[in-house]
Design a protein around this ligand. Structure first.
Ligand code: PMP
Length: 455
């Protein structure tokens, strides 16, 4: 049977729900990620492009050959451009000049026209939203997509994303976590899922500096502050945010969001944007609090990380923004601070000859070595002692290293604190082994800790 799709729009949605396995270490409640970054245009916003155009057509607001206009720098532009390309519409996007040239090129690659405006406050005539509205006014057969007020946006998620999550979990979902830009995703999903199960909790992940959380709690719109995570947070409450379906908000700072997004790529193999890091940070917090293997937390990963290769995925950028500096506070951070080439655990099995063991240590420039068999640390050796034994003719180079073992290095978990590590290394232990997910995956020496203190 042929399984050809009629066009790329038919490939939007039905994204997989994938269990997180590593960032969840030590947490008993399962956390499942809804992989919206796998949509054809790379984000959850693909889901609203076509419905917005179809609703405009049905209302007679746009006719064939017309022009779609939106004030957007990001994923909504791509979502609209993908749908417009397939349906033969033209796109014009306005965006402020602080946006990267990479984003402008991306929109142009889909055939869109891009109008760059100066970065000015909302009451200025050249503000990018005002410019977009003026373009609609001056362009015949054009339509303003208006993602922050167009109810088709949350309704699209009520019709697709929400039902998918319900079906994929077989109705076994207790908490939904997601970030909000327009609020469309979490509003539509939250409404659908709460209709299915009124006890389900919906939690919004909000950058520190955004106003969703404080508005929900006080009803007052305070003063927003600048933050670096893109695509989520707001200094006003959009008409597409259905507050009644969101139970609670939690704040996440930029450093935590970016660090988590980087970990999701390195540990889970999923390249996601910074807003996924924000949402997962909250999801893990909630899952830890629930502490129940029979409950389920679902978190939305809205976008691909490919658009951030020169931003938070780049160490230089992270350092410039002071997100990487500072002494580590736990074992995981200590390991991440080691140069990539020094991270692997060099070890030998007990039946290796002394000759080969000494060669191995020289090659990797290490002076001590754990002896690991069947995933267990059974002992350790020091280069100086092995050499002394050979020189004193108490051992030969052909002997098994297993005959000359010192006690094994202590094995610790990745969540242990640096204080604990320092205490163990301050005693007689030259090194510590780190176990994650049942396997020995890292090694820490005194030098690693001292290096981190000097950062
Ligand atoms: N993350 C990113 C990267 C986004 O671009 C968006 C959309 N602005 C969101 C999250 C949030 O989606 P929504 O607008 O549906 O709240």
């Amino acid at each position: 049977m042929a399984t050809v799709k009629p066009n790329i729009l038919a490939c939007i949605g039905n994204t997989p729900l994938v269990r997180l396995n590593s960032v969840t270490e030590g947490i008993r409640t399962p956390v499942y990620a809804k992989c919206e970054f796998m949509n054809p245009g790379g984000s959850v916003k693909d889901r609203i492009g076509l419905p917005i155009l179809e609703a405009a057509e049905a209302a007679g607001a746009i006719r064939p050959g017309g022009t779609v206009v939106e004030a957007t720098s990001g994923n909504t532009g791509v979502g609209l451009a993908v749908a417009a390309a397939c349906k033969g519409y033209h796109c014009i996007f306005t965006l402020p000049d602080k946006m990267s040239s990479e984003k402008i090129r991306l929109l142009k690659a889909f055939g869109a026209e891009v109008v760059v405006t100066p970065t000015v406050p909302p009451d200025h005539p050249e503000y990018y939203v005002t410019v977009a509205k003026n373009i609609v006014h001056d362009t015949p057969n054009s339509y303003f997509a208006n993602q922050f007020y167009n109810q088709v946006n949350p309704e699209a998620h009520y019709a697709s994303t929400g039902p998918e999550i319900w079906a994929q979990t077989g109705g076994r979902i207790d908490v939904l976590v997601g970030g909000l830009g327009t609020g469309g995703t979490i509003s539509g999903c939250g409404r659908y899922l709460k209709e299915k199960n009124p006890d389900l909790r919906v939690i919004g992940a909000d950058p520190v500096g955004s106003l969703f959380k404080s508005f929900k709690e006080t009803g007052v719109l305070g003063q927003g502050e600048v933050y670096k995570v893109e695509g989520i947070g707001n200094d006003k409450i959009p008409g597409t945010t259905w507050m009644e379906f969101i139970d609670e908000f939690r704040n996440v700072d930029d450093r935590s969001s970016f660090t988590m997004a980087r970990r999701i790529a390195r540990e889970e193999g999923m390249l996601v944007g910074g807003s996924s890091g924000t949402a997962v940070t909250v999801a893990l917090e909630v899952a830890r609090e629930l502490d129940d293997p029979d409950k389920v937390v679902v978190v939305i990963l809205p976008s691909t990380g490919e658009r951030y290769l020169s931003k938070f995925l780049n160490d230089e950028w992270m350092r410039e923004n002071r997100f990487l500096e500072g002494p580590a506070t736990d074992v995981r951070q200590l390991l991440l601070q080691k140069p990539a080439t020094a991270r692997a655990v060099i070890s030998a099995a007990g039946d290796l000859s002394l000759q080969k063991t000494l060669d191995l240590m020289a090659r990797h420039n290490v002076s001590q070595l754990p002896i690991i068999e069947n995933g267990e640390s059974i002992g350790s050796v020091r280069e100086s002692r092995l050499m002394a034994l050979v020189l004193e003719k108490k051992a030969t180079l052909n002997d098994r290293v297993g005959q000359y073992l010192d006690p094994p290095f202590p094995v610790i978990g990745a969540n242990e604190t640096v204080e604990y590590v320092s205490r163990l290394l301050g005693r007689d232990n030259a090194a510590l082994l780190v176990r994650t997910g049942g396997e020995i995956t890292g090694i820490l020496t005194r030098y690693d800790v001292i290096k981190s203190m000097s950062e």
